[in-house]
Write a new protein. Structure first.
Lengths: 210, 210, 210, 210
């Protein structure tokens, strides 16, 4: 399997999942006669819009993480292909917990299902990265050992956060939210600045240079 | 992040959003026995079809604008990646205001939500363009300063129109429509003829030449 | 606008439209307790499955036609971009007439709306082809004048068939079906064998040769 | 038709079908006030989640099979284009039997429709492969005759399994499940290890080497 085709297929799945999320935001099919009624309906849709925005950014973060992880691989072999398929399956699942979140913000089951899905996805990040690094045939020779170690360290942070978020849903929904936001902030701000990212940006610049 | 992959992903999101709009156009699930009944149902679906056509063209205009704006960038860095993700989120939102528009054409709240979404998207155009132009590492060296200035000038026109359209919804829905159409006409007819476009077409022709 | 990106975006819209058609095929959300009930429900879904298969092949034919028509263009200029967007809009519309067809096979309004949509799409084929051939800057120099003439001739056949199919819906639904099938058979069997196709296959073979 | 464009279009259809499957997993639109209610609803959605996961992996297996089969073709001619379109149509159909499976796990009609769809798809695999191998103009010269023979042998295994699965639905649903799982295991574990796959991986490695 060609690596470009795998990435294009994965990007397709990501793009569809991220866009299907809007189908959860629907106004009820009632006949509206005046603006006051419409305002009530829009107001009732606000939690769904919030859930849409949140899940959109989460999938966006996973998309960027997926791209980073596969930039460590030189070729794609059969186990990697299957790991990626299972990974995409967990991503394709997201509209389901997102639709539950939209309707029932702070119930423990909602948070367990949502963080459970995020945990599965971020665990797959870790597993795929481990697989790539342990297989000489698959991994990219150009990157040094310390770059790999740094990548594995960052990959374990998110699943731990999501695990803690799930566990703390019985104590307080806000505590869960705190751990989820920890994981997302780490993915956005810490990973974007570290050695691995700098290496990758340097490679991108070199390729763009004439 | 490779620029081509970002563009392919964005195009995927655009293609899905633009096609999902048709899901708003639905006939009610009643048993139809004769042609007169069917005519009534089709007739009732006409505003939804109009809303579909309008929103399709709006997303189409944004797609072309997105392409123009990213042709100014040489590489994609992390902030640009995130700006683009937020931009795509606002685009993915469009089926929601479009579905409200389909049912309630001339209510103030409908117009506020629709123009609000368009305002957010066109503001992101402006912000992304500003970001590209202010970052020497990101921007394309081949384009001259006057080309950049012309691009920024055109990018501010649309958000101002959508702002005026939103503000005037309390006076008259037709006035709002006028401002929206202003923004769209400007994007289609003025931007297509100016210096920036001519430059880009020239580049495309050169690449196609043997 | 780069021609490859336009084709990729169009292919994306085609792929989504063709796959969304299955959403019209739905079993009612009733609780089923035995196999006899399920058989009845599946049996009732058969016309929807037939409409799905038919519309799938129609969009498939249009996809192939779109590819043929754009192989005449060397570059994509602004008017061609907009013509293509309007063309894609008519294609994205197809799930709507397909859903009406699924429920009301032989009512005149159903046939008028379905053939009307097909007529709009095939007229756009003709208009886009005419635009390409009349613009020296856009058209591909490698193809001879007789190839162009042959392409225009075939492009006018389908819209005429769909026009006749629409007009004859008041006489007999079977007559309409005959004209629609004429247009589709012509697209599949005649166009696939003529000069233009042979030229294009020859080009493809040359590119694949080492 | 360029082979790359055909593969990209097919991948698009696969990506959409595989992601649309999640739309079958929906919680009913009732107002939930406490966690016990939510638990009941989630519990009731479990068979739908199982059906989603199963169908996701099935489409994933077909996607990989499709890629393998088209790696035997050098160019795409008109009959191959049409065979592929019919093949994609059967794949696009999958959300329908998957939605029936989600609600009625072990009814004979459910199993007949599900295995019937899988049979049609895997028969198309066999037919497309046969077409490629019998056409000197289409097939890839680099692969030896024994590779071809091995590919055809594996391609006939799956449709036979699905046929047996369908036939045995009147005896026992578990027997059907056994045959379906046979076909899937064969596709995943046997095909991934045989001569053809090794040849293809070798080609991929050569291309990635500097």
């Amino acid at each position: 399997m060609n690596k470009n085709r795998l990435e294009a297929f994965s990007d397709g799945v990501f793009a569809i999942v991220i866009t299907l999320l809007i189908l959860n935001v629907k106004v009820p099919d009632v006949h509206i006669t005046n603006n006051v009624q419409l305002n009530h309906i829009i107001f009732a849709a606000l939690p769904k819009l919030l859930s849409f925005g949140f899940s959109f950014l989460v999938i966006g973060i996973f998309w960027i993480a997926h791209h980073r992880i596969f930039s460590f691989a030189k070729v794609v072999d059969t186990p990697l292909l299957w790991l990626n398929l299972v990974y995409l399956m967990f991503n394709a699942l997201v509209p389901f917990p997102a639709s539950i979140l939209a309707d029932n913000f702070f119930l423990p089951t909602t948070i367990l299902i949502y963080t459970g899905t995020l945990f599965l996805i971020s665990m797959m990040h870790f597993i795929i990265l481990e697989y790539i690094i342990r297989n000489e045939d698959v991994k990219h020779g150009a990157l040094t050992k310390s770059v790999y170690r740094s990548a594995v360290r960052s990959a374990i942070f998110s699943p731990v956060c999501f695990l803690l978020a799930g566990a703390s849903c019985f104590i307080s929904a806000y505590l869960s939210l705190f751990f989820i936001i920890c994981a997302l902030f780490f993915s956005i701000f810490i990973i974007g600045k570290n050695k691995v990212s700098k290496k990758l940006i340097a490679v991108a610049k070199e390729e763009a240079a004439p």
